[in-house]
Design a protein around this ligand. Structure first.
Ligand SMILES: [Cu+2]
Length: 457
């Protein structure tokens, strides 16, 4: 038996209860082993690694500008840390081992304590041996609320994950360092879950208005999302409001670590099912179902107001220097050579060490920063993808603006998808002091060479 998605789609699970916004009362996040039903009913349960006993970990919700305090307690057999993705955070709280903190050893703990300046949809996850720890389930949502809540009937956080499960035992296949995955598209799985469940369903009314907070927690899968029986707008990307909400006409990509906030109206009639669908090369598959019963008195609106802006810096490109970062290596474009520290190694030697990728000729985080920026200075970074695969490039501690093909400034993001053969420019205001990681968010790529960093002083 294989875990075909079609099979999974036929074995529908029970209607899920709409989650209430749980305000975690405890200030501890305990990283520990747990058991969870990830595969459809009838399959065995899956041993996972979790924050607090479930995948995803508890939804942390707080007001914009509030202070987040959580003690990470490590009850796992491996050292770990937590990274708070997309938060323009105090550098010491960024959770990067060897750059901003020491690993938290088994039995140890660490107190995270920082302010959240921006409203939006963020997430947290393990940043030590992420290729294994995130694949085992160490992630959760972090929601920073706007001062005025949106007028919606349901505010739903939907965390997408892609699991590689043994079809007989439903155990996670533990080949995290598989060289074929790492040198190709990364670790792709055979079961997609939403909020740690296969094919969950939510109960809604026709004409209900929903806010969907989509988070891609997958190691490597890029979703191509479209709506079925729903109409609506993207109102924020990577947490940051769009100046003009974008109508969802067709499909839109969601790369690893990226988020999209949607406001959608349920167009499907009572007794029908609406849904969120991913259209990928192998075919389309449903991620979430919305079972429609009854009708709301709402009337659809032709447009929607933007979310209030976050306190982001102004971007002036006039004299901004350009820094090129070349993405190199991987299958079909194998590295001829690259540096590990001071040493230049041949492609063959690098492959033997499990290094398949390089950023500007370095197959690991280099000694010197890619960019040494004066606080407040503006920079253009140009990602040149010379590889045969897409990469989701993520900068820590900052959001940046995409520079569109015609030179205008595009949306704010913290993770940019650079397709194979593509060149993409971003504009960065380096206004957050510290040492910040810059890496590919296909976690197997990061583990096998695609890591760099920049410094702001
Ligand atoms: Cu990559």
């Amino acid at each position: 038996m294989t875990f075909s998605r079609r099979l999974f789609l036929q074995s529908a699970t029970a209607l899920a209860v709409l989650p209430k916004a749980v305000r975690a009362s405890s200030t501890d996040l305990v990283a520990r082993k747990a058991i969870q039903q990830i595969a459809p009913d009838g399959f065995p349960e899956t041993p996972v690694w979790s924050y607090g006993g479930g995948v995803p970990g508890p939804e942390i919700r707080l007001a914009q500008g509030a202070r987040l305090q959580r003690r990470l307690v490590n009850d796992l057999p491996q050292p770990t840390t937590i990274h708070w993705h997309g938060i323009r955070i105090d550098n010491a709280m960024d959770g990067v081992p060897g750059l901003t903190q020491d690993v938290v050893k088994s039995g140890g703990d660490f107190r995270y304590d920082f302010l959240v300046p921006d409203a939006g949809t963020y997430w947290y996850y393990a940043h030590n041996r992420s290729v294994e720890q995130v694949a085992r389930g160490l992630y959760g949502p972090l929601i920073v609320e706007e001062a005025e809540p949106l007028d919606v009937d349901h505010d739903l956080t939907l965390m997408l994950d892609d699991w590689r499960l043994d079809p007989e035992t439903a155990h996670i296949v533990d080949d995290f360092d598989n060289g074929h995955d790492q040198s190709h598209a990364g670790r792709l799985g055979n079961l997609v879950s939403v909020n740690g469940q296969f094919d969950p369903a939510f109960s809604v009314r026709s004409r209900d208005r929903l806010r969907l907070r989509l988070v891609n927690a997958s190691n490597a899968r890029i979703y191509d999302l479209s709506l079925d029986g729903l109409v609506g707008w993207i109102v924020a990307l990577d947490g940051m409001p769009l100046e003009t909400p974008m109508r969802v006409e067709d499909s839109f990509p969601l790369a690893p670590a990226q988020r999209a906030d949607l406001v959608v109206d349920v167009e499907a009639q009572p007794d029908k099912v609406a849904g969120l669908v991913s259209r990928e090369r192998e075919g389309a598959f449903g991620l979430v179902r919305f079972a429609v019963s009854g009708q709301s008195a709402r009337t659809g609106q032709p447009s929607i107001a933007p979310l209030p802006p976050n306190p982001l810096p102004a971007v002036t490109l006039d004299s901004a220097p350009l820094h090129r970062m070349t993405l190199q290596g991987g299958a079909m474009r194998w590295l001829e050579s690259a540096h590990l520290g001071e040493t230049l190694l041949s492609g063959r030697e690098l492959v033997q060490l499990g290094r398949f990728w390089a950023l500007n000729g370095y197959a690991e985080r280099p000694q010197d920063p890619f960019l040494d920026a004066q606080r407040g200075s503006v920079h253009r970074i140009e990602f040149v993808n010379e590889t045969a695969f897409p990469h989701a490039m993520h900068l820590h501690g900052h959001h940046f603006r995409l520079i569109l093909a015609d030179g205008r400034l595009g949306p704010w993001r913290d993770t940019v998808l650079v397709e194979r053969g593509q060149t993409r420019q971003i504009a960065l205001v380096a206004d957050n002091p510290g040492d910040w990681l810059l890496h590919c968010h296909m976690l197997g790529h990061a583990a096998s060479g695609m890591m760099s960093w920049f410094r702001v002083t």
